[in-house]
Design a protein. Structure first.
Length: 434
């Protein structure tokens, strides 16, 4: 039977995502009631600037005292779309202490303090859902937590930041330089005025930590994720990638070790073959490629950011949490039973694409090859050509390696820098997806 007393929701934050959540809750109220089995009511909206006009939201719902809203005694679910660490962490904890389940889109907080928040939710018998924290509207967190709960995930590789994918896609398709592509992304609203969190990989690293914890049933914090940004990717790198039949993406890569005794988590630019499904992900879209033991290879694709897509994920969680409230049950919490260690980047087995500026004279190639051999790294291909800028006594040497531990590969690069015949290491790019 339909419950008549509405489930009351506190909305913490009313920016781009929060305002869209409020709009959908209002315009789709009847549908949400039918799906949940009870009316759902927006009972209060906590904001920092109460004077701002918020179209479609009853001004009487606006408050600057989020704590008082949570403590008033009739709130069933809190939706946290403030972002950042504080005051979001304190408010979520307060919600749990007052019997309120939480839906959050806060990737940074979950990557840093997810274990403590899960523990607090479990202690109070409440839900913590966060589909919107990773990849926007793409159903990813719940399928990994629930649909693949009976399977063993071995690898997750994905594009989880739309801003960086837009920039790299423009560099690839138009030949634009990094700054030119960034300027276009900023003009179109894909990049923030300060794009550091995106282009330096911090945003993707937070999402990688969350996904690794879910995939491998172990605790992975943001500090455990190796991170490299994409600001050094150049038009020359794309030209080299095209000659290899590849493109370049900023990837989050999570892997279980072959012996099953450890995991790795990393974010960095990489060349991937054009035949790989992730190579065709264009513009500001996200896609995540999951490799499971029984299910095989799965790909999740869609818009990874923006008000409406993220609000869609928030509302999906809201429906699930409200259903659990009516059933007096909770959904899946943290699963960290494996307690696997996170290995350093040096243990990762990968391939390198290395571009060197070298002296154009006999014996250079042999000297470079010897350096690779001394570090136990096997060479796959070598391409040597004159410098495109016309410098007569220098050449460009491009080496692609076979797979080797990253520590051996990086050690090789450092040794190459010390050779008298190597004038400089123009670029280093990992090769993935083969």
């Amino acid at each position: 039977m339909m419950r008549t007393r509405p489930l009351k929701v506190a909305l913490l934050g009313c920016g781009v995502v929060g305002s869209e959540v409020a709009r959908i809750m209002t315009t789709h109220a009847d549908d949400l009631t039918a799906r949940i089995g009870a009316p759902v009511e927006l009972a209060g909206v906590a904001v920092r600037r109460p004077s701002k006009v918020r179209e479609g939201i009853d001004p009487s719902l606006i408050t600057t005292d989020a704590t008082a809203l949570l403590k008033r005694g009739d709130i069933d679910v809190a939706i946290e779309v403030i972002g950042g660490i504080e005051p979001a962490r304190t408010l979520i904890t307060t919600a749990f202490e007052h019997g309120i389940s939480v839906v959050s889109a806060n990737k940074a907080l979950l990557a840093q303090d997810g274990a403590a928040l899960h523990a607090a939710a479990e202690q109070h018998g409440l839900d913590l859902y966060y589909e919107a924290a990773v990849a926007g509207a793409i159903p990813l967190v719940r399928p990994m937590r629930e649909s693949l709960a009976g399977d063993k995930i071995n690898r997750v590789m994905g594009i989880v930041n739309g801003t960086t994918n837009f920039i790299l896609d423009k560099m690839d398709s138009t030949g634009a330089g990094y700054q030119e592509a960034l300027d276009e992304a900023t003009a179109l609203g894909y990049a923030e005025a300060d794009p550091t969190a995106d282009v330096e990989g911090y945003d993707a690293a937070a999402k990688a930590a969350i996904l690794a914890g879910i995939a491998f049933h172990t605790r992975v914090r943001l500090d455990d994720v190796y991170r490299e940004g994409m600001t050094e990717v150049s038009a020359a790198d794309f030209a080299s990638a095209k000659r290899m039949g590849c493109t370049i993406k900023l990837l989050a890569i999570l892997e279980r070790a072959a012996d099953g005794q450890s995991v790795t988590a990393r974010v960095h630019p990489a060349m991937i073959p054009l035949s790989h499904p992730l190579a065709s992900v264009r513009e500001a879209y996200n896609a995540v490629f999951v490799e499971a033991e029984a299910a095989g290879r799965l790909m999740f694709y869609g818009p990874g950011a923006g008000g409406s897509p993220t609000a869609s994920a928030v509302l999906g969680d809201l429906v699930a949490v409200c259903r659990n409230k009516l059933a007096e049950a909770t959904g899946p919490g943290e699963s960290a039973y494996t307690q696997l260690p996170v290995s350093p980047m040096g243990d990762v087995v990968t391939r390198y694409h290395i571009s060197l500026d070298v002296a154009d004279k006999p014996g250079v190639l042999a000297q470079v090859a010897t350096t690779f051999a001394e570090h136990g790294v096997s060479i796959d291909t070598v391409r040597q050509q004159g410098r495109p800028d016309g410098v007569g006594n220098e050449a460009s040497l491009v080496v692609v390696t076979h797979r080797a531990p990253d520590s051996a590969l990086s050690g090789t690069v450092e040794a190459l820098r010390k050779l008298d015949t190597v004038r400089g290491v123009a670029s280093i790019m990992r090769v993935e997806g083969e």
